[in-house]
Design a protein around this ligand. Structure first.
Ligand code: 2RA
Length: 329
């Protein structure tokens, strides 16, 4: 099984390599792929040294699976070329997520939709993945009417430049700026670009991708995405209105029983999800579960996950594992 990692030298690409190695993904050959400026770089994987190659070279090596994390433009241009050459592409950009021909997959939720014909599979946005992991089992049991979500997103979601700016600010050093203002003591109501409707692309991804993954356009979603000076993961404050009432104990059981979720919820002993706990882990952590007494059939919760792992790399590798296990590649 030859696996190409496109964007292998980037922040998510590096985590993808780490996750592939940690999970002993049964690949026979790794093909690390990056832009021309990184071709020839050496990377280490599973005790061996590999040389980074360019996109054309990678296609010629005919990987069975190509996991992309190289931005939307590269995915739009190159994912079809890899698919044409016989690869199954798992893409971490937003390029294919809302295309009706492409499946938007969180393995614990809808991997069973996948067939051999799916040659470009979309990995949802990081903030969507952790949200849907909690919403899906509750939607199945109580039917969700409306979701109000506020996110508190890690600087790592912006990229290396933003992490570097944060480190420079803590060190009191000058350097390249990802943001035109200080970030180390700030909360920025600006994740991705603003659209004509007053929402950012990040906020619209939460709304649009939620409906696609639940397969239910009637679910109402409104989101506010905030960037905060944290590196371990994204946090989300979520208010859900259901069609039907619920018992809190049953909500906890449903969440705790759902594969990939850990309920971390005992405020009496300061136990609740936080990025410092979620960092480096693959589970989605849910806590502060409590009825919203201001509205019927409504619930509040707090959801935290490592946005580079379950929010990106691990979810993509889990899709690859599912394809392999079910002879879909
Ligand atoms: C962000 N969700 O956190 C995006 C991923 N880059 O900005």
């Amino acid at each position: 099984m030859k696996v190409a990692v496109v964007g292998a030298t980037g922040m998510v690409g590096n985590v993808m390599l780490k996750v592939l190695e940690e999970r002993n993904f049964p690949l026979t050959e790794l093909i690390p792929v990056a832009s021309e400026k990184s071709v020839g770089k050496k990377i280490r994987f599973a005790g061996k040294e590999y040389e980074v190659v360019g996109l054309e070279t990678a296609i010629g090596l005919k990987p069975e699976i190509a996991i992309f994390s190289a931005g939307g433009d590269t995915s739009l241009e190159w994912a079809p070329k890899f698919a044409e050459a016989g690869s199954t592409v798992i893409d971490n950009s937003s390029a294919w997520r809302m295309n009706p021909k492409n499946k938007l997959v969180i393995p614990e939720i809808n991997a069973d939709l996948l067939t051999k014909e799916d040659k470009i599979i979309a990995n949802p946005n990081c903030s969507t993945i952790q949200l849907l992991m909690a919403l899906k089992p509750l939607h199945d049991r109580y039917t969700i009417k409306r979701v109000v979500v506020s996110t508190y997103q890690s600087i790592t979601g912006t990229g290396v430049k933003a992490v570097q700016q944060l480190e420079n600010e803590y060190a009191g050093e000058k350097g390249e700026m990802a943001y035109p203002y200080q970030i180390h003591k700030n909360a920025l109501p600006h994740c991705d670009v603003f659209q004509d409707n007053g929402y950012t692309k990040e906020e619209m991804k939460l709304s649009n991708e939620t409906k696609k993954i639940l397969g239910d356009e009637s679910v109402k979603v409104t989101a506010t995405a905030i960037r905060i000076p944290v590196v371990g993961g994204h946090s989300e404050s979520v208010n859900i209105e259901f069609e039907n009432d619920f018992e809190e104990a049953e909500v906890r059981k449903i969440l705790n029983d759902f594969p990939g979720i850990t309920v971390q919820d005992n405020p009496a002993v300061n136990t609740y999800p936080m990025p410092i706990y979620a960092e480096g882990k693959d589970d989605v952590f849910v806590g502060r579960i409590r009825r919203d007494y201001s509205q019927e059939n409504s619930l509040n919760m707090w959801i935290v996950a490592d946005n580079l792992r379950k929010g990106a790399a691990t979810n993509a590798v889990q899709i690859a594992e599912y394809l392999l296990k079910n002879d879909l590649v």
